[in-house]
Write a protein that binds this ligand. Structure first.
Ligand SMILES: [Zn+2]
Length: 340
């Protein structure tokens, strides 16, 4: 049996993260700075405990309250650029070579930003990543707001200039609040614009929501998909149809879906051969980083250096990028593995 991946392996592996919410990347100190900038007492409005967000949460809505409390202070292009810069630097510092950030543009439009200034600020901030890392933007619509919000999101995407690296559309929010079929035009828009489609499903909702996302929306990737553990036929389908899941274990535990990482379905998925990649979702809000999350997964699954590389290759192959870019990412991971 190959030796387990070492701490050095976990830190140095070229990482691919496909599921990181922009609005979920705001560090506590930055949220506090932004709250003060807009005349509010951060401890009160952000419910900080010892300067930290209050993870674990009683449930998803508890997390959402804190997420929205922080995001209400991204009101100006300067606010947004600050958060984008920190996201880019944090990813680069973890040896991330490719990252997709899920950007809920409508939050910031509702906060009063005009679309052109929003996109420009996002583009400026992400440049802080430097040259060794590529960041794609996956613009999501919150399903709770229904298809009008989805239409407005598509309009914002169409208004963004070619210099903004939008690679996909996302559907997020609370499963079951709106029928999946309402978002068929949204899924068509992704195809028409040449973008990938990532649908959050099977996070808190039932396995049937995942099946609908695949059958009705033809999602390219499923965000979470973990509730399939209740439906062996769906797990079989994951393997047979090579369905790609963006799995975020600490996120699932922090909102109370599973009592611990050891009881998370990743173990069963790994053993069954499900093609999942590992992401941190909303890292400061859950008290983890991507590196922490990989450390957790190495421990729980007993991964070797080769397994760790394979996990990153799976992410690279599922990136919403042209084949040449995906090949280049895989080659960088291969080179790292071969050098060990
Ligand atoms: Zn997510």
């Amino acid at each position: 049996m190959p030796a387990p991946a070492t701490e050095h392996d976990i830190v140095t592996v070229p990482k691919v993260e496909l599921h990181l919410h922009f609005g979920g990347s705001i560090a506590e100190a930055t949220a506090a700075t932004l709250a003060r900038r807009h005349g509010q007492d951060p401890d009160r409005v952000l419910r900080l405990r010892d300067g930290r967000y209050p993870a674990p949460y009683a449930d998803f809505r508890g997390f959402l309250r804190t997420f929205l409390a922080a995001n209400q202070f991204i009101r100006t292009p300067d606010d947004l650029e600050l958060v984008a810069r920190e996201l880019a630097r944090t990813q680069a510092a973890q040896n991330v070579i490719y990252s997709e950030t899920i950007f809920t543009a409508m939050i910031y439009v509702r906060n009063g930003m005009d679309a052109a200034s929003m996109w420009a600020a996002l583009g400026r901030g992400l440049q802080a990543a430097g040259s060794g890392i590529r960041i794609g933007i996956l613009v999501d619509s919150i399903r709770d707001f229904g298809s009008p919000e989805a239409d407005a999101t598509v309009a914002l995407v169409e208004a963004a200039g070619p210099e903004i690296p939008i690679v996909g559309l996302g559907l997020t929010g609370i499963e079951g609040t709106m029928p999946v079929a309402d978002f068929v035009p949204y899924a068509y828009a992704a195809r028409r614009l040449g973008l990938g489609l990532e649908v959050h499903a099977g996070e808190m909702g039932p396995p049937s929501g995942v099946a609908e996302s695949l059958d009705i929306l033809h999602a390219d990737r499923i965000g979470h998909g973990v509730s399939a553990i209740q439906d062996p036929a769906l797990v079989e389908r994951y393997v047979r149809d090579k369905v790609v899941l963006d799995v975020c274990p600490s996120s699932n535990v922090a909102i109370g879906e599973y009592p611990s990482l050891d009881q998370h379905p990743m173990r069963a998925f790994w053993d069954a051969g499900v093609s999942f990649n590992i992401s941190s979702d909303d890292p400061p809000f859950f008290g983890v980083t991507l590196t922490d999350e990989l450390r957790n997964v190495v421990r729980v699954l007993g991964l070797s250096r080769g397994d760790l590389a394979e996990l990153q290759r799976r992410g690279a192959r599922a990136a919403f990028q042209p084949q040449a870019v995906r090949d280049e990412l895989v080659a960088r991971i291969d080179a790292w593995e071969a050098a060990g």
